[in-house]
Design a protein around this ligand. Structure first.
Ligand code: SF4
Length: 435
């Protein structure tokens, strides 16, 4: 029998990238073949993101494009997975009759079954169950064939924080921590396959707790694996760091000195309106604690500009916090309503005002990023090399602060950590030679 071909498109965050890899492994386990050409698929999977209203609109407009491509060809089975699927469930079928299967982020392990049922019954299928219990058990038995120097591993899902602008508690459900033994098994298999760096993923990784195995304890277990040289984790909430985790930065050299620590705003009033449950001083104190234990640690953050109720003075508080901390990397967005969240009912700030604030904030953040990269010039960085660039001319890796580093050298191999003398820097990249 001719094997079926599938094409998968991922929208949004690293969690979705991880999920898409797992969905690919699941489809391969039922003899589907993954392809890169959009116009030859028997099955399409969109793994979607619901973080902003615009992201949802993009999903539906992209479904329209696929429909056009296949106008004169047999229609592929169309699977809508991820957070839009979770949030809209069977409403998806009303918005687009092109979709055949709707599956949420906690139910995609049932995709082979759903596809089988769809083929057998020719009836649309939907599964948006939020119970995560058997998901990781099923995924545990899948073997990923792809070899990667740096690999994501999901350790936690969902969130109980209920920030007023965020859809995650509704689309990913309550906090769930994976069994630590299964995580270690998955990492051992990845290490056997060439992985040197592990990036632990979750919507709120710092809340990880599996039968009293905290994130700090889990990191120590991973650090004991000889083949794993680097450990990172993302994303965290500032309220969930205990002393054991903070002091690990001075004790565990495999834990990289770069931390994504979203603050969203520097104004106490806005933090309260957002239900973040911490103040700007709490955040600054936390930054200082990390710096005490690891003086070279670098921070990245997320900022929401123009949250309902934000005045010029609140915006100025955010600017001041940015100047006080100094971020090596940041993500900033104008506030946009996420349907279903409490903040979606609040009055929005005029676009002209928010645009002006965003420009000011981003110019400072980008300047900090450039200054940080320039600071690396004439210094030696430890770089973990991942692969050659497409033109085969350079090798690409990342330094300890996660900044991409490019080196012209034919002797470097993927998976090696080399000392690189940094000669030049741009806003996003560093360039150097073997030290
Ligand atoms: S902590 Fe993060 S994931 Fe959880 S509700 Fe707040 S923004 Fe969303």
């Amino acid at each position: 029998m001719k094997s079926k071909k599938f094409y998968i498109k991922t929208f949004g965050c690293q969690m979705n990238e991880y999920d898409s890899n797992k969905i690919s492994d699941l489809l391969k386990s039922i003899s589907f073949e993954k392809i890169d050409k959009m116009d030859e698929a028997d099955c399409f999977v969109f793994n979607t993101c619901h973080i902003r209203e615009k992201a949802t609109q993009k999903v539906y407009s992209d479904i329209g494009k696929i429909k056009k491509i296949y106008r004169n060809k047999p229609k592929p089975i169309f699977v809508l997975a991820g957070c839009v699927a979770q949030a809209e469930s069977s409403i998806v079928f009303e918005k687009s009759d092109y979709v055949d299967i709707v599956v949420g982020p906690q139910a995609y392990h049932k995709l082979p079954e759903l596809i089988e049922q769809f083929i057998a019954k020719k009836k649309k299928q939907v599964d948006t169950n939020l119970s995560v219990d058997d998901k990781f058990d099923t995924l545990q038995h899948l073997n990923s064939k792809g070899s990667k120097v740096s690999s994501f591993v999901t350790i936690q899902e969902g969130c109980d924080k209920f920030c007023k602008f965020c859809v995650v508690p509704y689309t990913r459900g309550p906090e769930y921590s994976r069994d630590s033994r299964n995580i270690i098994d998955e990492i051992k298999a990845l290490a056997d396959n060439g992985t040197k760096e592990i990036v632990l993923l979750g919507q709120n990784v710092s809340s990880y707790n599996d039968s009293n195995i905290s994130l700090a304890k889990l990191i120590k277990k991973i650090a004991n694996l000889k083949e794993i040289k680097r450990i990172r984790f993302t994303t965290s909430h500032p309220n969930d760091f205990d002393d054991e985790l903070i002091s690990l930065y001075s004790e565990e050299p495999k834990l990289m000195p770069q931390l994504h620590l979203p603050v969203q705003s520097g104004s106490d009033k806005i933090l309260k309106l957002m239900n973040r449950n911490h103040t700007r001083v709490d955040y600054l104190n936390l930054i200082n604690k990390f710096r005490f234990h690891r003086p070279d640690i670098q921070f990245s953050s997320d900022f929401i500009v123009g949250y309902p109720g934000e005045k010029d003075s609140d915006h100025q508080d955010t600017i001041n916090l940015i100047k006080e901390v100094g971020f090596s990397l940041s993500y900033s967005f104008i506030y946009s309503q996420r349907p279903g969240t409490p903040a979606s009912n609040y009055d929005e700030i005029p676009r002209k005002t928010t645009m002006k604030r965003l420009e000011e904030l981003q110019s400072i953040l980008l300047k900090q990023q450039l200054e940080f990269n320039h600071y690396m010039i004439n210094k030696e960085n430890n770089v973990l090399f991942e692969n050659k660039t497409q033109d085969e001319e350079q090798f690409f890796g990342r330094n300890q602060y996660m900044v991409p580093v490019f080196v012209k050298n034919n002797l470097i191999k993927a998976g090696e950590i080399k000392k690189i003398f940094i000669q030049n820097a741009s806003r996003n990249n560093l360039f150097g030679k073997l030290a």
